[in-house]
Design a protein around this ligand. Structure first.
Ligand SMILES: *Cc1c(COP(=O)(O)O)cnc(C)c1O
Length: 450
């Protein structure tokens, strides 16, 4: 043991053992020196005797702590398909491959290969979007919050924008329509009441000049009871007579009809455009199933104006986003969304298939009960909407502690508790993670002290 007063030097510790040189090789000289410095400092302060081997061991722990990534894959057994806290939509294999292709090489992000000169990054997914939706023009930005901010700023700054009180939404993470409106410099004009909106509300407000009507999809809430909202089509025809623009913030932006899967019908991008909106925006990583992005579609001259606005430069998407979005859109265009995009695979899983997986889990683990339940869509789409599923329910004393232990696995497992039981939903456990999921769970159950 070394007296705190006579601690070894950093130099001698660097060469102390095979272990210290391995640490230098793995973590680099500089980080190792930092770890030694911190460990020696603490030893000096605590005045507790410490051996060289103990110092090296403490350093190893520090180095591992400093270099472990904070963003890691997890296994989602929660049954929430689009979980914003869990990174929303997992990418399709083909989208991932295309991102990888582009990432490790130079690419033509802003280079026109025909003329050998500077091009625009905004062209990349545009043709695919136009083919899929029949919009006149398209523009992609960092996320849908950025899309809403940019559209309002570019088309309605310092001008009146009408928003119904039935649509004054707050999305998770502090995105609130009135706040975004303020940021953009547009002047918010509230119309209607919390539960009811009529065409005459628009008519009355449009007696004074306005630039735009903003319609926002409810996304994460429902208004029930004595309610009213005119259809998008009705609003469009009225608003266009007055020469005012209509912008639809669709939120999730489904390209496929959710009603096909036994869900309520989520408004689709194509329907917004058909109804006659001038501009529509939606997220890339909600029901589209791609990477984070904000997609703006609409009339050519408006999209042109949006692309040219200085704010567009600050909100522009990166090459990896464009690669992932393009490939995801291509999957829709070739009719393969349901078979290749994990989100649609999960949504289209039959209850019977899920039941079979739950049975396999139960047999594999040797415990649990199979019960009926619901998987949630989540992610600011289809509020309250869920799909029938089968869950594996595990009884464990101290369920909160059990859940915590699941989160501490090498690949953390996210589950939920209901009525004191741990519930695991096969629908959201990705096939490539299932083996590891069962192995981890088995270990946890073996070691669980009731
Ligand atoms: C989710 C959502 C947003 C925000 O989209 P992000 O892609 O998360 O930035 C904006 N508006 C509505 C209606 C939404 O549902």
């Amino acid at each position: 043991m070394t007296e705190p007063a006579h601690l070894p030097s950093i130099d001698s510790l660097l060469h102390y053992s095979k272990c210290s040189s391995t640490l230098v090789d793995t973590f680099g000289h500089e980080l190792m020196v930092n770890a030694l410095r911190q460990t020696l400092g603490e030893a000096r302060q605590t005045k507790i005797n410490i051996s060289e081997a103990q110092i090296i061991e403490k350093c190893r722990n520090l180095l591992v702590e400093w270099t472990t990534p904070t963003l890691v894959p997890v296994i989602n057994a929660s049954g929430v398909i689009l979980h914003t806290n869990l990174g929303r939509a997992p990418l399709s294999e083909v989208a991932y491959q295309q991102i990888q292709n582009v990432a490790v090489s130079y690419n033509n992000l802003e280079y026109d290969l025909d003329i050998g000169k500077r091009g625009s990054r905004f062209i990349h997914a545009e043709q695919l979007l136009l083919r899929l939706t029949h919009a006149e023009a398209a523009c992609i930005v960092n996320n849908n919050a950025a899309a809403v901010l940019l559209v309002l700023t570019a088309l309605a700054q310092r001008k009146r924008v009408l928003v119904s009180r039935t649509q004054m939404v707050e999305i998770g993470g502090g995105f609130r329509i009135p706040d975004v409106m303020r940021q953009s410099g547009a002047k918010l004009v509230e119309i209607g009441t919390t539960n009811r909106l009529h065409l005459s509300d628009y008519e009355n407000a449009l007696r004074e000049p306005a630039a735009m009507v903003l319609c926002t999809h409810h996304s994460n809430f429902k208004i029930v009871g004595f309610t009213n909202e005119p259809s998008l089509q009705e609003i469009c025809s009225l608003v266009h007579q007055k020469g005012v623009l209509i912008f639809h913030d669709l939120g999730s932006g489904a390209l496929l009809d959710t009603a096909k899967y036994g869900l309520p019908h989520e408004p689709m991008v194509q329907e917004s455009l058909q109804a006659g909106v001038d501009v529509v925006s939606f997220s890339g990583d909600k029901l589209l199933g791609g990477p984070q992005a904000g997609i703006i579609l609409g009339k050519k001259e408006l999209i042109q104006k949006i692309k040219k606005h200085p704010l567009a430069r600050a909100l522009r998407p990166d090459k990896l986003c464009l690669a992932g979005i393009s490939q995801t859109l291509l999957t829709y265009l070739t009719g393969k969304a349901e078979s290749e995009i994990p989100l649609w695979q999960m949504i289209s899983l039959s209850a019977q298939t899920i039941h079979q997986r739950a049975v396999l889990w139960k047999e594999n683990l040797g415990c649990g009960d199979i019960i009926e339940g619901r998987s949630m869509i989540g992610g600011g789409s289809l509020p309250d909407e869920s799909l029938p599923t089968f869950l594996l329910a595990i009884h464990a004393k101290k369920p909160d502690q059990f859940l915590k232990t699941l989160r501490e696995q090498s690949v953390p497992i996210i589950a939920r508790i209901e009525d004191g039981r741990i519930l695991l939903d096969p629908r959201t456990v990705l096939p490539h993670q299932e083996k590891l999921f069962l192995e981890s769970l088995k270990q946890v159950l073996l070691n669980w002290k009731e």
